[in-house]
Design a protein around this ligand. Structure first.
Ligand SMILES: [Mg+2]
Length: 123
């Protein structure tokens, strides 16, 4: 799969990217929501977006809403996974209600990410 990893913290991006690399996926790292939109505009073969919620310039929530409302299908429908350190439960529910497909809660692990990608991989 080809995946956008959007997070303002280098160490978070690095960890997710290293896991994706070890699983054999391609990835594009960006630092804020605006750059995530630009990457999604530029490439036509993105399969999924990992989107941190809190980022400068444009938050993950704003970027996700922009994708859902302003991009043309099928890009408007791309799986967007919220990255968060928050406790799951109510927060995760809120994220999916807003338009995220699901949340990935820290700490990230290879098993967690492999399992998640299996759900969204093309057959
Ligand atoms: Mg952040």
């Amino acid at each position: 799969m080809k995946i956008i990893v959007a997070d303002d913290y280098y160490s978070n991006r690095f960890l997710v990217s290293e896991i994706l690399k070890s699983l054999g996926h391609e990835f594009i790292e960006v630092e804020n929501g605006k750059q995530a939109l630009e990457a999604l505009e530029r490439y036509n073969d993105i399969d999924l977006v990992f989107m941190d919620i809190e980022m400068p310039v444009m938050s993950g929530l704003e970027a996700m809403k922009h994708i859902r409302e302003s991009f043309v299908y099928p890009k408007s429908n791309i799986p967007i996974i919220a990255l968060t350190a928050h406790n799951p439960g109510i927060f995760a529910e809120d994220c999916t209600r807003q338009g995220f497909n699901q949340t990935l809660v820290k700490p990230y692990s290879i098993d967690k990410i492999a399992e998640l990608l299996k759900l969204y991989s093309k057959i």
